[in-house]
Design a protein around this ligand. Structure first.
Ligand code: AMP
Length: 444
């Protein structure tokens, strides 16, 4: 199959040739004809599958072939993204695909001045990429009208709900024309995403290009058990041992990012960090320098690193496991993209066992553990498996102080001698999705 057989027009084929795309990926093969035929879409496609081109190419074609010229302060297509970086990245891809087309594209997001965005929107843009909050601000200030909108794309819809954008999405939904085409892309499909899809989509075609909730199998994953206080030391040890050249590292908190970056820089290692507290320009600069291999180690929180496409990224390290199990899939999806192989290493301490268990259950695999010599944890990480069970090995029985009793302390409760230690109850992945249309937006 080629892009030409999917019915794409010549200016798009030319752009794809320049980019070196030869064959459509599975999501593109399914999405392109459906979108060209005007269908709504509900696509379960994880990051790295080529989903951006899957929706952008047919969207560009439809806009070129039909529809009136864009009016002032209007957009003909809107692509909603959860983060600023993703909005920038999606916009960069759309602009590349559109290079031979007479269409205008633009990206708007928060964290930067709104005035230039308002100015730019005056003439109208054919394709607007936006984060939900800034889009609403622009709408409320009359800088943007949506009555000419013909297509809405919700990119990484699960992440938008994770980030607490359900209220914004409900508001945007009310601003949209009833007659439109809607394309929803999500890496994972929770009940809340289905609810959102039920409200926003009209008789959608469902596309699923990889097993639900299973991480890309091009990524080799394993876990290194370690005590919490020795994680940074282990990281440096592994980095030197493996001669890591370009690593994206995920830490749980902003402070965690800063602390690790300080430590690495103190050792003369070329590291930088991105998180939500940093100004957008600083975040983008750190990211650009990392992509250009001018920074060797980029440490990030989940919010800052979502959806980033870094060519040939060989390695992702989870310095901390994510609290939300689905984030693990997104994190490791930064490597092994577009058919390349990658590695994902998680440094896991005993405190994180429930998160590990939730990840294994979600990805339906038991992650291999490789203990590093001289870093064996004092606090053992209990055994886990894909069933979601955390099996704490019985501690050595203490010598009974007095005779009688005949029991031993195990798992925090008394069991009779000889009784098999019960497993802990199943650990479910942390439920994190606010119900669409309810609840205030969480503070980031
Ligand atoms: P995405 O999942 O949209 O973030 O895309 C992941 C990466 O795959 C991006 O770097 C794209 O440029 C690349 N890509 C998308 N489609 C193709 C294709 N058909 N052939 C080669 N590379 C592609």
């Amino acid at each position: 199959m080629t892009f030409a057989t999917l019915g794409l027009i010549e200016p798009l084929l030319r752009a794809l040739e320049t980019l070196g795309y030869q064959t459509p990926t599975p999501v593109q093969a399914q999405a392109i004809p459906a979108v060209l035929a005007g269908r709504d879409l509900m696509a379960a496609a994880q990051t790295g599958t080529g989903k951006t081109a899957g929706f952008a190419l047919p969207l560009l074609q439809l806009l070129t072939m039909e529809g009136p010229k864009v009016a002032a302060n209007s957009a003909r297509a809107l692509i909603l993204c959860p983060t600023r970086e993703l909005a920038e990245q999606v916009h960069a891809s759309v602009a590349e695909y559109a290079q031979h087309l007479p269409l205008t594209t633009y990206a708007v997001y928060g964290g930067v001045s709104i005035n230039p965005q308002m100015m730019k929107l005056r003439k109208g843009v054919d394709i607007l990429v936006a984060t939900p909050g800034r889009l609403i601000d622009l709408f409320r200030q009359n800088a943007l009208k949506l009555n000419q909108l013909q297509t809405l794309v919700l990119d990484e819809a699960d992440r938008m709900l994770d980030l607490g954008f359900s209220e914004e999405l409900a508001n945007i939904y009310r601003m949209l024309p009833k007659k439109r085409q809607t394309l929803l892309f999500s890496a994972t499909f929770s009940d809340d995403i289905r609810l959102l899809a039920g409200q926003m989509l009209n008789d959608p075609l469902s596309i699923e290009v990889s097993p639900r909730n299973v991480a890309a199998n091009t990524v080799k994953q394993w876990v290194v058990p370690v005590d919490k206080k020795r994680k940074a030391e282990l990281f440096v040890h592994l980095m030197r041992k493996g001669r890591w050249k370009q690593v994206l590292v995920f830490a749980k908190t902003r402070n965690g990012v800063d602390a690790l970056v300080d430590k690495l820089q103190g050792l003369g290692i070329n590291a930088d960090g991105i998180h939500g507290d940093k100004p957008q320009a600083t975040r983008q600069r750190a990211l650009d320098r990392f992509k250009a291999s001018e920074v060797q180690i980029l440490v990030a929180t989940d919010v800052a690193a979502r959806g980033l496409d870094i060519e040939d990224l060989p390695l992702v390290v989870n310095f901390d496991l994510p609290i939300v199990a689905e984030d693990y899939i997104h994190r490791i999806g930064r490597t092994g993209r577009a058919g390349n192989t990658g590695e994902a290493i998680s440094l896991v301490c005993a405190d994180e066992v429930n998160m590990l268990s939730a990840i294994e259950m979600l990805t339906r695999q038991t992650l291999t553990r490789k203990t590093e010599t001289d870093f064996e944890p004092e606090h053992r990480v209990p055994d886990t498996d894909a069933s979601g069970q955390v099996v704490k090995k019985p501690k050595k029985p203490k010598k009974p102080k007095t005779s009688g009793g005949g029991g031993k302390r195990n798992l925090g409760k008394w069991v009779d001698s000889g009784e098999v230690a019960p497993a802990e109850p199943s650990i479910k992945p942390v439920r994190k999705v606010p119900v669409f249309n309810t609840g205030p937006r969480k503070k980031k």
